[in-house]
Design a protein around this ligand. Structure first.
Ligand code: CA
Length: 335
């Protein structure tokens, strides 16, 4: 039976590719999207998730509105991405792609409530993949500290452990957009409950820049999408905007990083990545704010305590092929 997947997205370009991955994988079933701020505002993130699902002919998949700003903000004003992020994902988060607005609204149920409800009702058949700031998951834990540990798998795109950050020399974008939420999720007490429920067999995964920056989508591939069909042409326009940004910022890279799709691919292909199982901490103060660290894992209690799997190695060719294959399948189901 296919694993049911809930995607928690700050719906920019690679988040949209993550949606395509889930829809194209024969082993996964997309059951919902929870939307947060990050690459775009929360309002835009909700709108983009609805529009991408409409483009892909999946108006049946619910989109739940989530956090509008980070946990630590004293004044509750909606988060807006800085110009540098708009240059990477486009002014509205989907490059130069002009999508029709979705004919339907988002759900009334909030993202944290939806996360907890789905964890408790679906249990081990549910996988959660978070590819934005971890605010929605932190709010879900605040409302129901145990629900998350009933899910079957969880994968978070974020952090950089041995590799440099992509916002500061230490910090990765999803973590720095809400370091307090990242700390609560990546080193919170819920992980011990999770590891007890799963007897340490399905440890939550952290998929950071160490592996995502090695998993590359090239322009040769997007040109193949553009020859497939009308949806493929649109997806190529979307991805080529991202590749252009990478060519400006990372000129030695022959394409763009597949950050968010890799965080999904490890759900149905866990062997694509490898790395230590150890507790993680997030630095909250000083110039290294939002840096993610692997804690010493030589303690015998580490596995039953707060251990996550930190991906440090990736079979990058196989990962890229797996992701492209699933996205191809998704496009072939479209016009
Ligand atoms: Ca994202």
């Amino acid at each position: 039976m296919a694993t049911k997947v809930l995607l928690d997205l700050d719906t920019g370009i690679d988040d949209a590719l993550a949606i395509c991955y889930v829809l194209g994988s024969p082993d996964l079933e997309l059951i919902g999207v929870t939307a947060t701020f990050g690459n775009v505002s929360q309002t835009q993130s909700v709108s983009n998730a609805l529009s991408v699902l409409h483009l892909l002919g999946r108006d049946d998949i619910p989109v739940y509105p989530g956090a509008c700003y980070p946990l630590g903000w004293e004044t509750p004003t909606p988060f807006e991405p800085p110009p540098a992020v708009k240059a990477i994902h486009g002014p509205r988060g989907l490059g130069e792609l002009a999508l029709l607005p979705s004919p339907r609204p988002a759900e009334k149920l909030s993202a944290p409530k939806a996360i907890n409800h789905l964890c408790r009702s679906l249990g081990h058949s549910l996988a959660i993949v978070a590819t934005g700031p971890l605010t929605n998951l932190a709010l879900a834990l605040d409302q129901d500290p145990e629900a998350l540990s009933y899910a079957g798998a969880i994968s978070c795109m974020g952090g950089s452990f041995l590799a440099p950050g992509n916002v500061t020399p230490y910090a990765e974008s999803n973590i720095i957009n809400d370091p307090e939420a990242a700390s609560q999720v990546l080193s919170g007490p819920w992980i011990a409950t999770w590891n007890q429920h799963h007897e340490c067999t399905q440890v939550p995964k952290v998929i950071g820049l160490d592996v995502t920056m090695k998993t590359i989508l090239t322009r040769q591939q997007t040109s193949r999408w553009s020859q497939l069909n009308q949806t493929g042409r649109r997806l190529a326009i979307l991805a080529d905007f991202y590749i252009d940004a990478y060519q400006r910022n990372n000129p030695t890279m022959d394409g763009c990083a597949l950050h968010d799709p890799l965080a999904v691919a490890v759900i149905d292909h866990p062997q694509l990545v490898d790395g230590p199982i150890a507790p993680v901490s997030v630095i909250l103060n000083g110039p290294e704010r939002a840096r993610t660290l692997i804690e010493d894992s030589d303690s015998s209690v580490a596995l039953t305590d707060k251990s996550l799997q930190v991906a440090l190695e990736v079979d990058s060719q196989k990962a890229a092929l797996t992701i492209i294959d699933a996205i191809n399948h998704c496009l072939l189901q479209c016009n």
